[in-house]
Design a protein around this ligand. Sequence first.
Ligand code: COA
Length: 166
Amino acid sequence: MHGESAALLRTPVLDDGARLWRIAANSGVLDTNSSYAYLLWCRDFAATSAVVEIDGEVGGFVIGYLRPQQPGTFFVWQVAVDRAHRGRGLGVAMLGFLLDGLIEQGVSALETTVSPDNTASIAMFSALARRRGSLLTRRPLFDPGHFPDGHEPEHLFRIAPDQEVG
Ligand SMILES: CC(C)(COP(=O)(O)OP(=O)(O)OC[C@H]1O[C@@H](n2cnc3c(N)ncnc32)[C@H](O)[C@@H]1OP(=O)(O)O)[C@@H](O)C(=O)NCCC(=O)NCCS
């Protein structure tokens, strides 16, 4: 990070919700959920979400939750880094920050879904698995027939210790 502003990783607060919505809307890739959804997430799911602050402004976020029927699995709903800050390790850093805290609470696996053509996202989750010495498995989850609006397919990525059974 030589020559670049320091990045602060932290848990989101309610006042970050509007900025998260804006980053998602500007990402050019993500489904933009309602602004209400991001406020709700910052209120109720802050413990499984993270933001990165650069020069006092939020420049990226991860929103996620623990799967209700499988609380040892952390599901990442969305990750985004503002275009100006991409490619300097912030995506992986936010995910690592969250995983480090959640592992202490008994979480052992991360899941997310990725569109097969999202090269940056695939590279980021592959890098995360590699750095943590974990296994990344993938399988189709939502196909175009599940969606009412011509949405692309979404593949389920699961990152877990390679000794995990099942
Ligand atoms: C996906 C995204 C969050 C990655 O954020 P980032 O901070 O730029 O990612 P990182 O710098 O942590 O990169 C992690 C790894 O992915 C690689 N990578 C990142 N962007 C890449 C790209 N466009 N093409 C190829 N590899 C890429 C990096 O080289 C790095 O791999 P390495 O450690 O082997 O060098 C960012 O591109 C983004 O916001 N995209 C739009 C939203 C989106 O698609 N989100 C994911 C779906 S929920």
